[in-house]
Design a protein around this ligand. Sequence first.
Ligand SMILES: *Cc1c(COP(=O)(O)O)cnc(C)c1O
Length: 361
Amino acid sequence: MVAAPRLEIDLDKIYHNAHELVTRLAERGISVTGVTKATLGSAEIASTLVRAGVNALGDSRIENIQAMCLSGKDVLMKDVSMTLIRTPMLSQVEQVVTYADMSFNTEIEVIKKLSVEAEKQGRIHQVLLMVELGDLREGIMPEDLIDTVRQVLSLPNICLKGIGANLACRSGASPDATNMGMLSELADRVEATFDVTLETVSGGNSANIQWALSDAGADTGRINNLRLGEAVLLGCETLHRRPINGLHTDAITLVAEVIESKCKPSLPSGELAQTAFGEAASVVDRGTVRQSILAIGIQDIDPVGLQAPEGIKILDSSSDHLIVESVNDDLFVGQETTFQISYSALLRAMTSPFVSKTFMH
Ligand SMILES: *Cc1c(COP(=O)(O)O)cnc(C)c1O
């Protein structure tokens, strides 16, 4: 057995989730870009997504895309379009042109540099322009889109592949008929103004699932692509974090090991000042409790994003300790405990070198 802490990653369940979403969305004319950023660009997971039918892989870090390209996995080299879904840093343009087939962009200054670099490398770099539709993260203001497209179309070695939007990330602004309708309309307007076809109109992320698959049969208009990370990996939509019917919500779980188990007072003693991370401790006297410590901490996970098994309650955490209380039985030293995890806990655990990753079939 691999040491704890570890992520147990069930590739069959991830395959199932991806395949279900690809199939259901295909009925609406929508393709899926599999988003790998929460997995630190795991080539194992990425190739599972490709086998399940995603037509592209998206990541926000070019380092992850590079790692996937260099992983030696054939499906990642030949069969799939690698997409950088965050606007490139000017300082990384060379890497972006080398490893990404397409990048999402909002700044003409960056696209001009991509053009120069693509010419230098003798490549065509595909560009998708992101439009601001109310969430106030990335995006060109809608009224500036036509002018930006005009400039993009004049650049050598750049191919305008489409437009897209991202919602429900910074502000929680939800995809609906109005903003998705606006994206469709913008696609039509670009095509009516210039002699181009926008191949891809990418409507959003896992927060778009309800909109795209609603029973009411919402009109999905020109939207023909979604970029999905959390829905595939954790089986839930992200507006209300509800499980998606028929998908696994436990494809990835976290196992940690108990290093101390004692009965202790629930109330600390001494004069109480700040804790390790500057907050005030929670102090309610519940008498003596069964308290255990697991060897994992804020460096490896987002403690708020852990769901403990029945009978165990997460009390507090510091850099390297997770303190839990068990209601019925004592946990014993050396015992392993399995947690369900949120996206933020997954993101951090995948990134922590202290957490092993075990892939299971
Ligand atoms: C992270 C991200 C996604 C995927 O989001 P999920 O909620 O994991 O589906 C899609 N698009 C962009 C631009 C992103 O940054």
